[in-house]
Design a protein around this ligand. Structure first.
Ligand code: ATP
Ligand code: RIB
Length: 309
C-alpha cells in the first residue's frame, strides 16, 4: 500500500434536522441537533483512514474548543495529528447544516475560518509528506493559493493530485493542468465546464473539457444515479448501491475518501469507484458527516453482500 495525503478543510458541523427546510425569514422547529467534526477535507481524510489507508491529514484550526474537536477525533481514531496547523489569529471554522428529514435534502453555510488561512510557509512544511505520498487529495474549501502551492509541490515530487472540486469555486487552467484526476459532482462539473451533465453523452463532453486541460482521469459523481467514470478511453456510469438514505450530507466526501484508499492500495479506477460507492452507500444510511464514515470491515462485508449488484 502506498502513502496518501488529504489536504483540506476542518470545520465543526452544527446539524439540525426538521420536517422541512425554512424559507427565508421563517423559523421551523427542528427534531434533531448534532454537533461533530466536519469539513470536506477532514471527512475525506477520516473516510480514507477508516477504510484502511495510510493517510496523512493536513488542515488548520484555531486554538479553541472547535479546534479541539479535530484533535480529539483524530486521537480517538489513532490518526497522526502532527500536520494539523494551529493558529491564534483565526477561529476554527464551522458549518451550519439544515437537513430536511423527509427528503434528506440539505442546505449548508460554511464559514471556513482558520482552514482558509493556510500560509506558504505551512505548505512548505508538508513537502516531505508530499514527497512520500503517491496521491494527495484536495478540495476547494481552503484558501485556493494554498491548494495551488500544494499541487505544484506534489507535481514536483511525482505525487498524483486528485482534485475534488467541491464546493464549487473558479479554478484556473493552470491548476487543473496539475490534477491527475478530478472528481466533481454533476453540479460542479457543469459550473466548471459549462456542460449540463444529464447522461452518459453529456458526461463525456464534460470530461473532454478536463482532458483538454491535461487531466488524466475524470470521475463525475451523480448522487443516487451513481458515478460516471472516464479512464483510458472507457467511459461508463456505474450505478450506486440501492440503500435507504437517511442523510446524504458528505456522500461525496465518503466517495472521495474511499477512492483514495482504494487507489493507494493499488486497485484500478473501476474497482476503486466500486469500493468508493460502497463506502458512500454505507455513509448515507447514517446521520452526520465525519462520524458516518464506516470502518473497513463494514465496507468489505457490504461489498461482499452486494457482489452481484
Ligand atoms: P455532498 O455534497 O452531499 O457530499 P456530492 O454531491 O459531492 O455530495 P454525490 O454525487 O451526491 O456527491 O454522491 C457521491 C456518491 O455517493 C455517489 O456517486 C454515490 O455512489 C453515493 N450516493 C449518493 N447518494 C446516494 C444514495 N441515495 N444511495 C446510495 N449511494 C448514494
Ligand atoms: O461535504 C459535507 C461537508 O461540507 C460538511 O461536513 C460541511 O462541513 C461542509 O463543508
Amino acid at each position: 500500500m502506498s502513502k496518501a495525503a488529504v489536504f483540506g478543510s476542518f470545520v465543526v458541523d452544527l446539524m439540525a434536522r426538521s420536517p422541512r427546510l425554512p424559507v427565508p425569514g421563517e423559523t421551523v422547529k427542528g427534531s434533531v441537533f448534532k454537533m461533530g467534526p466536519g469539513g470536506k477535507g477532514f471527512n475525506q481524510g477520516v473516510a480514507a483512514h477508516k477504510a484502511g489507508a495510510d493517510v496523512t491529514m493536513i488542515s488548520k484550526v484555531g486554538r479553541d474548543s472547535f479546534g479541539e474537536v479535530a484533535f480529539n477525533t483524530m486521537r480517538e481514531l489513532q490518526m497522526d495529528t502532527s500536520h494539523m496547523f494551529v493558529t491564534d489569529d483565526t477561529e476554527t471554522g464551522c458549518a451550519l447544516i439544515l437537513v430536511d428529514e423527509k427528503t434528506s435534502q440539505n442546505e449548508i453555510i460554511i464559514v471556513p475560518g482558520a482552514c482558509s488561512t493556510i500560509t506558504e510557509e505551512e505548505v512548505k512544511n508538508i513537502e516531505a509528506v508530499l514527497k512520500e505520498a503517491e496521491y494527495v487529495l484536495l478540495q476547494l474549501e481552503v484558501n485556493q493559493e494554498a491548494n495551488e502551492l500544494v499541487a505544484e509541490l506534489a507535481c514536483k515530487h511525482g505525487c498524483k493530485v486528485i482534485v475534488n472540486t467541491a464546493p464549487y469555486a473558479p479554478v484556473t487552467d493552470e491548476f487543473l493542468s496539475k490534477a491527475y484526476m478530478v472528481t466533481p459532482n454533476e453540479v460542479e462539473a457543469e459550473e466548471i465546464t459549462g456542460v449540463p451533465v444529464k447522461d452518459l453523452e453529456s458526461a463525456k463532453k464534460a470530461a473532454a473539457y478536463f482532458y483538454d486541460r491535461g487531466v488524466k482521469e475524470v470521475l463525475i459523481t451523480l448522487g443516487s444515479r451513481g458515478v460516471f467514470v472516464s479512464s483510458g478511453g472507457r467511459e461508463e456510469i456505474i450505478p450506486c448501491f440501492k440503500v435507504e438514505a437517511v442523510d446524504t450530507t458528505g456522500a461525496g466526501d465518503a466517495f472521495n475518501g474511499g477512492l483514495l484508499a482504494a487507489l493507494s492500495e493499488g486497485r484500478d479506477i473501476w474497482e476503486a469507484a466500486r469500493f468508493a460507492s460502497g463506502l458512500a452507500a454505507l455513509s448515507v444510511q447514517k446521520m452526520g458527516t465525519t462520524l458516518s464514515m464506516p470502518v473497513r470491515e463494514e465496507i468489505d462485508r457490504f461489498l461482499e453482500e452486494h457482489k452481484n449488484s
